[in-house]
Design a protein. Structure first.
Length: 437
């Protein structure tokens, strides 16, 4: 037994001497340090001590998207001469968000979010939780009440924060509705008044009978900010619209009203042949499929499509002078409200409010920057900001952790020397105890 123990100690000593010579003769390579970004975006690294060390390589494992503070630390390390290598155990979910304030009587905002498919995002602001949304690659668009502070969009590996983009409320926000006295004009006025819009009305019951509401029934920038034109609008009012729009007014052209000759220079595109709606679809999740559609066959110069149905442009917008025009191809939207499900009146009202909010004349939008101490970032797309800040390629995804140092670099010469001396001394002591030379 003593002979076996002595042989093992002698072998350990020789191995330690061999490793010591290997460690001393191997050229020193750049040392790789490792750091980690936690799921909430914070960098687990003592920056002051890291900046005092030699500029070697830093392996950063991303458990989440770095927030603004972590990106600033990584940018400082890269500027000090270190080489950064980023990796993640799983693909990171990047989200981008924008918030535009909409003019409504009760206030509100238009939120747009883009992220990876099949993930759920939690929306919150300084007042607490707002809602949750299932993100898709095409993006999610939603309308909420007023956003307090910044809007935070949280998923399991990222949190994006963005300040609302707002503008001063218009001095005049009165709407003028023109057209025939039909179910459509009745429920359009009802939806707008329910949403808080002040409305003037000039609708024709017959060639000699008109129904009016309000002081002025002709488009005038001194009183109106938006004019909604329905089929049957009077030619005298149509003639006043070009000057109204070019001076900054908003115009919404609905359904077959786009075929009125006086609107040819204002509309967003040429109306096509009517496409019948799907019977009974008013009560489905896609209620506007049940409405007749006058598609916008050819967009005017500078016009953009806002909504499509079955490959046909249903809603489009353009600028004319200082004003904006939205052309709506859907006809008889009142069917949606009357034949839809229990939520149809609210959805119909919100849809009309969104249309008018897109053309209401407002001051130039400004971003009111609000601090967000909990996440220390005001950037809508933090993963894109990371790539821009560091100038690095895509993050490497790997299933195992980062092995940032080679085997040789883990060998400490002091411990190898001590272990070699201890083993050889113990082996020599045993040999003397057994009476060997």
């Amino acid at each position: 037994m003593l002979r076996l123990i002595g042989g093992v100690l002698h072998a350990i000593g020789l191995v330690c001497v061999t490793l010591l010579l290997w460690r001393l003769l191997t050229p020193a390579s750049a040392r790789h340090d490792a750091a980690q970004v936690s799921a909430d975006g914070h960098l687990d690294l003592a920056l002051a001590s890291a900046l005092r060390t030699a500029p070697d390589t830093l392996d950063v494992v991303l458990r989440g998207v770095p927030d603004a503070r972590a990106r600033a630390q990584l940018r400082a390390l890269r500027g000090s001469g270190r080489v950064l290598r980023l990796s993640a155990d799983a693909p990171l979910t990047a989200v981008a968000a924008t918030v535009d304030e909409e003019w409504r009587q009760s206030g509100g905002a238009h939120v747009q979010i883009v992220g990876r498919d099949s993930i759920s995002a939690a929306l919150s602001d300084a007042a607490g939780r707002i809602d949750s949304a299932a993100l898709t690659s095409r993006g999610v668009s939603s309308r909420t009440g007023p956003v307090r502070g910044v809007l935070r969009v949280g998923v399991h590996t990222a949190t994006a924060s963005v300040s609302p983009l707002g503008a001063a409320s218009p001095e005049i926000a009165r709407v003028l509705v023109l057209g025939d006295a039909t179910w459509e004009s009745r429920f359009v006025v009802t939806a707008l008044e329910e949403a808080g819009w002040p409305v003037d009305v000039a609708v024709s019951l017959s060639p000699k009978v008109r129904i009016t509401q309000g002081i002025s029934t002709m488009p005038a920038r001194s009183r109106h900010s938006i004019v909604v034109v329905l089929p049957g609008a009077l030619s005298s009012a149509i003639a006043a619209l070009p000057a109204f729009v070019r001076s900054g007014g908003g115009l919404v052209i609905v359904g077959t009203a786009a075929r009125i000759g006086g609107l040819a220079g204002l509309r967003a595109g040429t109306p096509g042949s009517t496409v019948a709606g799907e019977v009974g679809a008013e009560a489905s999740d896609d209620a506007r499929h049940g409405l007749d559609l006058i598609p916008i066959a050819a967009l005017a110069a500078g016009a953009v499509a806002l909504e499509s149905r079955d490959g046909k442009v249903a809603v489009a917008a353009r600028r004319v002078g200082a004003g904006r025009v939205i052309q709506v191809g859907y006809d008889n939207s009142w069917l949606w409200r009357m034949a839809g499900n229990d939520d149809a009146p609210v959805a119909h009202r919100r849809w009309w409010t969104a249309l008018l909010s897109g053309v209401v004349p407002m001051a130039a939008p400004v971003s009111r920057v609000v601090l967000d101490p909990s996440h220390d970032t005001l950037e809508a797309a933090p993963l894109a900001a990371l790539a821009s800040d560091l100038g690095l390629p895509a993050v490497r995804v790997q299933s195992a952790g980062v092995n940032s140092r080679s085997f040789v670099e883990y060998l400490d010469p002091r411990w190898l020397l001590a272990l070699a001396l201890l083993s050889l001394v113990a082996s020599w002591t045993l040999r003397r105890f057994r009476g060997l030379a």
